[in-house]
Design a protein around this ligand. Structure first.
Ligand code: PLP
Length: 360
């Protein structure tokens, strides 16, 4: 069977070039007669892969030297707990912006360990906007300020980096990391599960400013302590070697595409044309405030929801898969991560126009 256009929100599409490389590597990696999954993570060959992946990520994001890059497991969801355990003392106040399902989950988890102050909440309009920063009710004593840069479910992306002053800024970047350049120096901690823009599920990138290491609460399990990862180069126990190797291939692939400036230009073009197609008639609509529409996740509804099932069925017949919206939002969602070719977005737009013409 040939490849389809896969609009899954995550685990999501991986570049064809990377899949081809994996296929060639699997049985006999680097003429070793073994695959990368079958050798010691402490072997010279694997350590080289791990180091190269980190170096390429540092180059792509221009990560300053005073930041540690950690490869962990447990997904972004485990970071919801690791951030408070590493960055706050028991009972301390922490500031969180609530802009959607993922930041809400982060707040729920942090509430087990901290006194969470929700500085702003966009639930009043169904998580379709980012509250004005000047209205945030921050607590001066907060250990950090947390936000989710791109809410994957409602398709809301922050058009700015919050100004947290001297308070460390902590960001869930799972569904937007590597989609455009960012100024890492503005952050205390950035974390991202891999299965959107990085690679297979099972590995999580955490970028931590070094002065924030070594403050985990007493009793924190070793594998939840950022400093343990930093000291061991993320190999205090067996890391997810295959996912790490694939992430490295994706980083190298992004470099070969010209880095994040080039990738961002394509992402912006893809998103703009899809939103323009949605806005062009009243047949489709996207409820998100125009200034904070996500480049990566584009939810939309059909005016007549009774056509949803037919839309999905005919889309699949046209080679366009996984367009069903999240159950909490309904309708459709096209996730157009880095690895979604522009041709895929063009094919989706063409299908949408044709569907409207024949069913509208
Ligand atoms: C997917 C996602 C998560 C959850 O990631 P897991 O790896 O499943 O824990 C958290 N935050 C955001 C923004 C996401 O897109």
């Amino acid at each position: 069977m040939s490849r389809v256009f896969n609009f899954s929100a995550g685990p999501a599409v991986i570049p064809d070039a990377v899949l081809g490389q994996i296929r060639r590597d699997i049985p006999d990696w680097r003429a070793s007669g073994m695959s990368v999954m079958e050798i010691s993570h402490r072997s010279k060959d694997f350590v080289a892969v791990a180091e190269q992946a980190e170096q390429d990520l540092r180059e792509l994001l221009a990560i300053p030297d005073n930041y540690s890059v950690i490869f962990a497991q447990g997904g972004a969801s485990l970071q919801f707990a690791m951030a408070p355990l590493n960055l706050s003392a028991e009972g301390q106040v922490v500031d969180y912006v609530q802009t959607g399902s993922w930041s809400k989950k982060a707040i729920g988890e942090a509430s087990k360990f901290c006194d969470v102050n929700v500085v702003a909440d966009s639930a009043d309009r169904n998580f379709t906007y980012v509250p004005e920063e000047s209205c945030w009710q921050r607590n001066d004593a907060a250990a950090y300020l947390h936000y989710c840069a791109n809410e994957t479910i409602a398709g809301v992306e922050f058009p700015f980096i919050p100004d947290s002053g001297d308070t460390p800024l902590v960001c869930d970047m799972s569904s937007t990391i590597l989609s455009r350049p960012i100024d890492v120096s503005r952050f205390g901690v950035i974390y991202a599960g891999a299965q959107k823009n990085i690679g297979p599920a099972g590995i999580t990138v955490v970028i931590v400013r070094r002065d924030l290491l070594g403050n985990a609460r007493p009793g924190t399990p070793s594998l939840l302590d950022y400093a343990v990862y930093d000291k061991s180069d993320s190999m205090s126990n067996t890391p997810p070697v295959f996912a790490w190797y694939v992430a490295g291939l994706v980083f190298a692939h992004l470099k070969s595409r010209g880095g994040l400036d080039a990738v961002a230009a394509i992402n912006e073009r893809k998103a703009k044309k899809l939103y323009a197609a949605i806005d062009a008639t009243g047949f489709y609509s996207n409820p998100v405030e125009t200034g904070c529409r996500s480049w990566m996740n584009v939810p939309f509804v059909l005016r007549d929801a009774s056509l949803d099932a037919r839309f999905l069925k005919e889309a699949a017949a046209a080679g366009l898969f996984n367009l069903k919206g999240h159950r909490s939002v309904g309708g459709m969602r096209a996730s157009i991560y880095n690895a979604m070719p522009e041709d895929g977005v063009d094919a989706l737009i063409q299908f949408m126009q044709e569907f409207e013409r024949t069913r509208g």
